[in-house]
Design a protein around this ligand. Sequence first.
Ligand code: SF4
Length: 70
Amino acid sequence: MADCPNRQRNLKDCTCTYTACGKRGMCCECVAQHRAAGEIPGCFFTAAGEASYDRSVRSFIRDQSQGTRR
Ligand code: SF4
């Protein structure tokens, strides 16, 4: 995997706490991976929703419907 010239800048805004993931800061790869799996990247979730590590659309809708914001 090639490194991204924007990675350090992206990491400053990345709200994903799954630090074991090698795609943190590599937004195009993060989006592509979750899109291929029918999922949504962690940065779209609230802090509480993100912490579940459940990136499914069902989890996203549940997270958003609870009305909690970062
Ligand atoms: S949302 Fe998924 S792919 Fe993106 S950085 Fe977090 S764990 Fe990795």
